[in-house]
Design a binder for this molecule. Sequence first.
Ligand code: ZN
Length: 686
Amino acid sequence: MKSGWVDSEAQAAIDRYAGEGIGRDLALRVYTTRLLGRDPKLVLHGGGNTSVKTTMADLLGEQVAVLCVKGSGSDMATIEPADLPAVRLDRLRKLRARAALSDEDMVRIQRDGLLEPAAPNPSVETLLHAFLPHKFVDHTHANAILSIVDQPDGEAICAELYDGRASVVPYVMPGFGLAKTAADIYDCEPAVEGLILHKHGIFTFGDSAREAYERMIALVTLAEQRLQKNRKAVFVTAQLPQAIAPLAAVAPILRGACSRKDERIEGAWHRMILDFRTSSAILNFVNGGELVRYSQPGVVTPDHTIRTKNWPLVTAAPERERTDDFKRATRAAVTAFVQRYEEYFARQNARTGGIKRPLDPLPRVALVPGLGLFGLGRSKKDARIAADLAQCAAEIITDAEAIGRFESISEAEMFDMEYWSLEQARLGRAAEKPLAGQVTVITGAGGTIGVATAKAFAAAGAEVALLELDERAAEDSAKAIGGAALAVQCDVTSARSVSDAFAQVVAAFGGVDIVVSNAGAAWQGRIGEVDEEVLRKSFEVNFYGHQRVAQAAVKIMLAQGTGGCLLFNVSKQAVNPGPNFGPYGLPKAATLFLVRQYAVDYGADGIRANAVNADRIRSGLLTDAFIAERAKARGVSEKDYLSGNLLGREVTADDVAQAFLHQALELKTTGDVTTVDGGNIAAALR
Ligand SMILES: [Zn+2]
């Protein structure tokens, strides 16, 4: 591992922050914190923290000695000075004299010492930073260190490897107890450059930012070199089927198996989003004959538990052509996983006084031999974090097994960490949105109604995939939505293109729950004279396009076994034909019937089918030029043309989007058509 320190960049950080009134100490603290944070072999997703001891003016303008320490939940790779709240150092240091300190008191005293009352909570490892005497203190969960300490004899290996350069601290849960233990051990050997925390990570320290940082690099490099010595070949591959089922077939089965019925609302499911990873290193890990032995001992460092749970789900290898077997085996594996988790909770909760409430028992990581690994979460973001940590754990365990045998902390220690209120607080407690955990596919997503619908569903918490003929329009829509929106090129007149697009959605999110089949195009012609080719073209888009999309979605929904929702953009034309608009209205009328056929054929599978009948929406079909032309032809203003309905109100794409959203949320409604046209009695359904 190489040092990333560059004198000119350090100076640039000092100069840049000086302009904002930030002193040299904090500027350099930010600089090396980012150096650590940008290397995934040192730091991932909120793991690790840093501090600097300096002086600052308080709100009264008086200079006080402070510890600027990373705030809980900030990202070291992109940290800013405000993410390192300043806490009065004397107050923190006084706490070392205490015999015990509750977590609640620790948090309150730390907050009470903040110079800025609105600052984020200081890290849960703040006291450890405060009790060490050095100006700069750096802490990471470096992969190489974990591969060495996550061993039965990890302490002995480190004592030999770091002889005199670093002291070894036995495993103690983070918080006050660890801070005191680590400081006491440091005091016995004050010349060391760092502390190795058994089963947890590493601290280094120094008088300058550069010294603390480069000691981190040096001590981690020693661990990396140790891992290259006397390696065993890992792992011996298990017997796997000749042909492995593709991701597009496996993910919906896994996703369905990892969903749970919401007992409070009939028809509702608690679903997960999936994030898939594979590589030769991951395959080497998941294909090992002893996967169950080395994947199950527990987490590689304690704070992973809130993201990954203590152990991953291990499935059977999915054999091509035998996906029904895989489905049965995976459901059984998830049932066993949930039972194991519930027993673990009951056992450990009884040990700690029976006051904890159980978290959901579903897996957050799944290992699939022959294929790769999945992270699971209630959002794409959470699934990605779980997958990142799982991938990192696979690398750490592989190296641990290459020089010895992987071992984690005990079950009781994992429970104390998983159910530690300060850890759970890091996840935040925002109320979940109504479509959290659900994947929505929208076709015609580059158009006005498509974009409005995508925004409405994303705002309701769904992950959205935007399918559009024009790839650039899909990407523009995805940018407009932001977050994890996925843009996919899709031509609904091609069965191949539709199935490829759905495979991409499944690869990105694990499956599909809601489809808004919205792609359409308009053709005109007097029906007795229109060219048959025109009619056929319109049917390809306005009928078969919907059928292809619905068919692809239903296949995935049946594999998941958690129901689903098909929504179709029909048209007023389907019930109230306009003159010379037959080529558009006829396939739309067939699509209206298609909705009812899906409602009938798949109701028993929990798949609902509904439609929205909209009229006169300003869009790609009803362009401004077209509106001007029609208004002129009728001798009315454009405004009057657009609001020529019973309510006298212009209907917008947002109104259509809200109608689709309602239909997605109405769990007891299928075969329904919602009219969004401001009132047109001639188009009313009877
Ligand atoms: Zn830590």
